[in-house]
Design a protein around this ligand. Sequence first.
Ligand code: E4P
Length: 220
Amino acid sequence: MKFFLDTANIAEIEEAASWGVLSGVTTNPTLYAREGGKLADFHNHLKRICDIVDGPVSGETVGLTRDEIIREGEELAALAPNLIVKVPTMPEGLAATKALFDKGIKVNMTLCFTVPQAILAARSGAAYVSPFVGRFDDISEDGIDQLSQVVMALDNYDFGHDVEVIAASIRSANHVTQAALMGADIATVPFAVLKNLVKHPLTDRGLEAFLADWEKVKNS
Ligand code: E4P
């Protein structure tokens, strides 16, 4: 499994990259606004992220018609070679994805919840399909079960181009564990979740014991 960071925060991206575990980033104007960013500067910010990350960086479109999404997608794709255009799952999004695919521009189809949506996304030419886990849990449904159905279904077919599954809307280490066990290609996680993945109480306890023993050895 590869790890993407779901953020617009440069410091978080630089920190995760320094750990050697960062394979990509997914971001959108909402995450950027959370960092105090202004929409007018969103493209410059995406460019900065693309320079830091050695891997795909998904930037989301905000248009609702195919023409708007295609125009925006072309603008985004021109920012950097590793920029992936993030498009919502909807009829206009599928049409735009097909047009962008024909122009050689890679799309990450987002807001994907079901098997038929994922197959349609892959069929329209999406290079990445992002099933959401946590938002199912938010409405008391089993997001992990839904994700596993998408992974299994996409595995049944050859779409004539590479399709990777990004487990999105990931909220916990258990989500990541289950996504890895079912073979999801990528998990995109907030930085707080990534930090938690490194931790375990037994690791902390082992480290404390090691340091205490080391103090004794040093002072003997
Ligand atoms: C990533 O592409 C998605 O936008 C993100 O994972 C959604 O996460 P959320 O459900 O926590 O907003």
